[in-house]
Design a protein around this ligand. Structure first.
Ligand SMILES: Cc1cc2nc3c(=O)[nH]c(=O)nc-3n(C[C@H](O)[C@H](O)[C@H](O)COP(=O)(O)OP(=O)(O)OC[C@H]3O[C@@H](n4cnc5c(N)ncnc54)[C@H](O)[C@@H]3O)c2cc1C
Length: 508
């Protein structure tokens, strides 16, 4: 690749930073990614404990279907065909303590039959729901940063989908769930952050699953991250680990580089922050480039909850279990001051042979909480109390699992608990948020500003500028930033796709 003589420094080696690195390298820039952790991925992470690997992030990857629309975006960056995807036929099984069970299938026909069997009283709402899943299967994602010129064809294709899209876009999950009398179905939409999000988020995800376009890749999110690392190395880029950026160096309102903790200054022609938005704006830039819009976003918008993750290495083959199980509890469990949960989710990773040796199963449970301050304070001021609380929560979760699989406790050979303090320590995400901003009803699918008022040669990318977050927010926010930089530098934005013969080079 011919270099154009300009350097881009990228703060953060999560999916967004890595996506920007590949786009920039393909356009001829010198690229250095600075990652504070000792490995890449950010929230797209797993960790090894004994013979088990515990995934935190990946449930589904939008764009997993070969030749699907978002698949083409991934393939501008990496050869996604190197990954093996699996599509569980049951998205989640929901059960009560007294054995009432609802199976949410990924296939719309099977889901419809299951729902009508279970809740005939909800026939109208079920038909509307399944109709929405099928209709959204035809929905073409627009380039959120593009104008009419980039989007006109997909806009045209989306005309028939638009009325339904607008209708569900205005409703929260809770409002949508209220259309069903069946308590489990109602709870599916209304529980936790899902109830606050636009209903569109869940229905669109189910539409992608029905299309086999939201699968899980064997090896989890780190398998995807490794493809990016390999591509960056192949294109001559650098990822520097244990490199924590303390501040963005600004001269006459122009970003000219960054300074690491320890004092080292790294000059650059452009600086992109793919790190936490709040820390970037208010710490690395000292809050000097904020207007009313940005101030209002950070003062008023709601973030996704943080979470504890209880991970269990179980010396039993649990392949008869669903990939995901939600256990609805008779009485709530206490996670921390202010957080009680009336249901607990489990993931049984029997479908991923890289997660455990044969005959054993990695099992995880994600427990949402907004009380990140409690966990941070406990960890720093009372390490013994912190360990004790983690052990208590693990016991509570194992008790819930015992209700589903009596006797399972005896087969647990590895136990690990991470908390919001872990998320903050390893990824720097504000309030330990799982995915940045909640996409509220009525907001539409559009990004927040990717520049700061009065600051030149600087861009923000990643989940903090794309409400709803998710791995696709990486390429979706990196692409327009690099494209805008290329435009300013009069460099052609021409991206050679990774799978030759299937795609034509993307211009513009
Ligand atoms: C439990 C859970 C489940 C999820 N499930 C899914 C799913 O099924 N599908 C999906 O698509 N998405 C899912 N997500 C969301 C997805 O993981 C995130 O939205 C996405 O990974 C965010 O990527 P990012 O690059 O914007 O941010 P991050 O991943 O947070 O990356 C930011 C990086 O910047 C680094 N950094 C921060 N500060 C500094 C600094 N000062 N100097 C240097 N480096 C710094 C961090 O260490 C980190 O590596 C899930 C997330 C969680 C937590």
């Amino acid at each position: 690749m011919k270099r154009n003589g300009k350097k881009i420094v990228i703060i953060g080696g999560g999916i967004a930073g890595l996506s920007a690195a590949v786009y920039a390298l393909k356009c001829g820039y010198e690229v250095e990614v600075l990652e504070m952790h000792d490995m890449a991925g950010g929230l797209a992470m797993s960790w090894r404990r004994g013979p088990y690997t515990f995934e935190t992030c990946l449930h589904w990857l939008i764009g997993s279907k070969p030749d699907g629309e978002f698949n083409q975006v991934w393939k501008e960056l990496v050869d996604l065909d190197k990954l093996t995807f699996v599509d569980p036929h049951e998205f989640v099984r929901i059960e009560t303590e007294d054995g009432d069970t609802l199976r949410m299938y990924t296939n719309a026909d099977m889901l419809e039959a299951e729902l009508l069997r279970r809740a005939p009283q909800d026939i109208d709402a079920i038909h509307d729901f399944i109709h929405a899943i099928r209709t959204f299967g035809k929905f073409k994602l627009l380039d959120p940063a593009g104008g009419i010129a980039e989007n006109w064809l997909n806009m045209l294709r989306d005309v028939p989908v638009m009325p339904l899209l607008m209708k569900l876009g205005k409703m929260s999950g809770k409002e949508y769930g209220a259309r069903f009398a069946d308590p489990l179905l109602r709870g599916f939409f209304a529980t936790g952050d899902m109830g606050k999000l636009t209903a569109l988020a869940m229905v669109l995800s189910l539409a992608w699953m029905n299309n086999h376009d939201a699968g899980y890749c064997i090896g989890g999110s780190q398998a995807l991250i490794r493809l990016f690392e390999e591509k960056i190395a192949e294109l001559g880029g650098t990822i520097r680990f244990n490199a924590r950026v303390e501040r963005v160096i600004v001269e006459e309102d122009r970003a000219i580089g960054v300074q690491l903790v320890g004092g080292e200054a790294i000059p650059a022609d452009w600086v992109i922050s793919a790190a936490d938005g709040h820390a970037t704006i208010y710490e690395m830039l000292g809050g000097r480039y904020v207007n009313d819009t940005i101030g209002k976003i950070y003062a008023e918008s709601e973030t996704f909850a943080s979470y504890l993750q209880v991970s269990l290495g179980i010396a039993r083959d649990l392949k008869e279990q669903p990939a995901m199980l939600t256990r609805v509890l008779g009485s709530p469990i206490v996670i921390d001051p202010g957080t009680e949960l009336s249901s607990v989710g489990f993931r049984f990773f029997h479908f991923d042979p890289t997660s455990a040796p044969a005959g054993k199963t990695a099992v995880t449970s994600i427990l949402p909480t907004r009380n990140y301050e409690y966990w941070e304070k406990l960890r720093s001021e009372d390490p013994q109390g912190y360990r004790a609380e983690k052990a208590r929560v693990a016991e509570v979760v194992i008790d819930v699992l015992e209700g589903h699989l009596p006797g399972i406790r005896r087969s647990i050979e590895v136990m690990d608990v991470s908390t919001p303090a872990t998320v903050i320590r390893y990824t720097g995400n504000w309030k330990g948020s799982q995915e940045g901003w909640i996409m509220p009803p009525g907001a539409g699918i559009k990004p927040y500003p990717n520049t700061l008022p009065g600051l030149d040669h600087f861009f923000l990318i990643g989940q903090w500028i794309m409400p709803g977050g998710g791995l696709p927010s990486g390429p979706m926010t990196a692409r327009p930033a690099i494209k805008a930089i290329c435009k300013r530098d009069r460099v052609a934005f021409e991206i050679e796709p990774e799978v030759h013969g299937q795609l034509t080079a993307a211009k513009g």
